[in-house]
Design a binder for this molecule. Structure first.
Ligand SMILES: [Fe+2]
Ligand SMILES: [Fe+2]
Length: 298
């Protein structure tokens, strides 16, 4: 029994290592809310660590097999090193996953959701608009050409769609809920909401990356948008948000108009393609099945 102790310890170490491998594989599914090159670096490290753990696991089994045939006093020491090594790996992985989950929770969609609820509480007509835009952005992203799709972080795009009107928090309720056309002064105030949104997000470690996209969500391809930015100077993500925002605004009831049908909205999008909206994106939007678009309604 005593003679076999090192073998048992190595076998226990192998089991712990196997548990670590299984637990670690969860990291592959983590939606890391990081910029693309950081995301790539961390994904590579995760893959290397995973391969190293499999290598160790095979090592444990091999050493246990060798000890079965050849027993020495130093075997106990070797076995102890292996056993504590596997315990160390397991605890490091446990901490890594727990920390990852906490970070994800902090920047999770639910946190963003509660932030957005505060703007939507101001305006009963736009209830659900932010989620609708976010869902539409995700849907458009799915139909982008492969190379474009890879360039855009879908998690950040969803957040941006959700937060695009966050700046309305700084606009007076009487302007937002005005039952009729806005006068010049009120329009000037309304046009500041993308800039206010960018300023709100600036202090947030992760969400500040969305500032420029949100700043440009009312820009037009022809340069006749809120701040006169045009064509290629508008971030591609802002063009997606703009298209989703337009479709949502056209098809849902607002204080100043009744929501139009899907077919009417498609005709309007075609009319403004190339002037207000990006031509390529409108063409992609037209290829998305109607049922998919309708499922985006929250
Ligand atoms: Fe807006
Ligand atoms: Fe909007």
């Amino acid at each position: 029994m005593i003679i076999n102790l090192p073998v048992y310890m190595i076998a226990l170490g192998a089991l712990i290592m196997l548990a670590s491998i299984i637990k670690y594989s969860r990291l592959f599914k983590f939606p890391l809310n990081l910029e693309d090159n950081k995301h790539r670096q961390i994904s590579t490290i995760i893959k290397i660590n995973f391969l190293m753990m499999i290598f160790f696991f095979i090592g444990y089994l091999s050493v246990a097999g060798m000890l079965l045939n050849n027993h020495h006093m130093t075997d106990l020491l070797t076995a102890l090193i292996f056993l504590f090594g596997s315990l160390f790996v397991f605890s490091v992985i446990f901490i890594q996953i727990e920390v990852g989950e906490v970070i994800n929770e902090i920047y999770s969609f639910h946190t963003v959701e509660s932030l957005v609820n505060t703007i939507e509480a101001k305006d009963k007509y736009t209830k659900g608009h932010s989620k609708h835009v976010s869902n539409l952005c995700e849907c458009i992203h799915e139909y982008l050409p492969k190379n474009k799709r890879k360039e855009i972080n879908i998690h950040l795009l969803r957040y941006a769609g959700y937060l695009h009107d966050i700046g309305k928090i700084g606009i007076s309720d009487t302007i937002i809920n005005k039952n009729g056309p806005l006068n010049d002064e009120e329009w000037d105030a309304m046009k500041t909401h993308p800039e206010i949104g960018k300023n709100i997000l600036e202090s947030n470690l992760i969400l500040n990356k969305l500032g420029d996209w949100i700043y440009c969500h009312h820009e037009r391809i022809d340069g006749n948008g809120y701040y006169g930015i045009k064509g290629e100077d508008i971030p591609f993500e802002s063009k997606i948000i703009c298209l989703a925002d337009c479709f949502s605004a056209i098809t849902t009831d607002r204080v100043y108009h009744k929501g139009k049908s899907y077919n009417e909205a498609i005709e309007i999008l075609k009319e403004v393609s190339g002037s207000q909206l990006d031509e390529e994106l409108v063409a992609i939007f037209l290829k998305i099945p109607r049922e998919k678009i309708e499922k985006c309604i929250p």
